[in-house]
Design a protein around this ligand. Structure first.
Ligand code: HEM
Length: 284
């Protein structure tokens, strides 16, 4: 991860300004998950494009044009992984995909459909979220230079800062749950079977849990109590990977860019469930 992050940033800094999102924040997680899964690097740009099309469709209010683009992207991903899985069946390698294929071959393990779903989930879950954590966190530091200075002074503060970034500007704002029994919560009655939209970003700014919740404080002692990775049995499977990738990303950024400075206006993406930036132009 450190080697990938350093190389991406060195390449980006050949220009006087670069787009953090394109050159670094989205390139790093895609590259890491491709390495883990065993997807060739050359395919990363296509995977990024498919991932963006699917992410846009996560918003329930997305216009139908976006839904059609997402359906097309999903179909292409199935073809892509179908070919790669067939290849690994013939010629297994030392990667996650080959191990998943081996698990599929064992009796009563993964079905072909589950295997395909898992590949797409791992790929997609890994790069439409960590991307936003790196982007949102960098914007937090740009808007609070005194906090960036604290991290430069002692990089040991970076893991705590990543928790505060997850709390302050959560990359996944909402998840859905279904009540499995009648529940009374916060003055509302939820009958069994009721679908509930849970606003993780709202919970992360609960003043009863986080004093001065709107403040961005990399030394906040209980920042890790955020719900950015959700909770319960479906707590994010990739939380450890996401934390590590982001720690490496911020350590590299702060080390190589002694003056973290915007080179133009940053622009948010229009998505709602996934919250992040489309462009963050940085001065090299
Ligand atoms: C900052 C980065 C990330 C954030 C904020 C995030 C957030 C979340 C959230 C909120 C959920 C719960 C969804 C729900 O309950 O409906 C989730 C589930 C999941 N995440 Fe992440 N995620 C991140 C990175 C990753 C990475 C890097 C991977 C894998 C490579 C990953 C894989 C998964 C998987 C497989 C699930 C489903 C777990 C299950 O349902 O049992 N995530 N994530």
């Amino acid at each position: 991860m450190e080697a990938i992050a350093a190389e991406l940033l060195a390449r980006a800094r050949r220009e006087p300004a670069f787009d953090l999102m394109d050159a670094f924040a989205s390139a790093l997680p895609v590259s890491v998950i491709c390495h883990l899964l065993g997807v060739p690097d050359a395919d990363a740009p296509r995977l990024r494009a498919w991932g963006s099309a699917i992410a846009a469709d996560l918003d329930s209010l997305a216009p139908s044009r976006r839904q059609r683009a997402a359906t097309a992207a999903l179909a292409e991903l199935h073809v892509f992984f179908g070919a790669l899985i067939a290849q690994r069946r013939r010629d297994p390698r030392d990667d996650l995909l080959s191990r998943l294929v081996a698990a599929e071959a064992e009796e009563d393990r993964l079905t072909e459909r589950e295997l395909m779903g898992l590949c797409i989930l791992l790929l997609f879950a890994g790069f439409e979220t960590t991307v936003n954590l790196i982007g949102n966190g960098t914007m937090g530091l740009l808007q609070h230079q005194e906090q960036a200075a604290l991290l430069r002074e002692d990089p040991g503060r970076i893991p705590g800062a990543v928790e505060e970034m997850l709390r302050w500007d959560a990359p996944v704002q909402m998840v859905a749950r279904v009540a499995t029994m009648d529940v009374d919560a916060a003055g509302a009655h939820l009958p069994e079977g009721q679908v509930v939209s849970v606003f993780l970003g709202g919970a992360n700014r609960d003043p009863e849990v986080f004093p001065a919740p709107d403040a961005f404080d990399v030394e906040r002692p209980n920042a890790r109590r955020h719900l950015a990775f959700a909770a319960g049995p479906h707590h994010c499977l990739g939380a450890g990977l996401a934390r590590l990738e982001s720690e490496v990303a911020f350590a590299t950024l702060l080390d190589r860019l002694p003056q973290l400075r915007l080179a133009g206006p940053a622009r948010r993406r229009p998505t709602f469930v996934l919250r992040g930036y489309a462009h963050v132009p940085l001065a090299s």
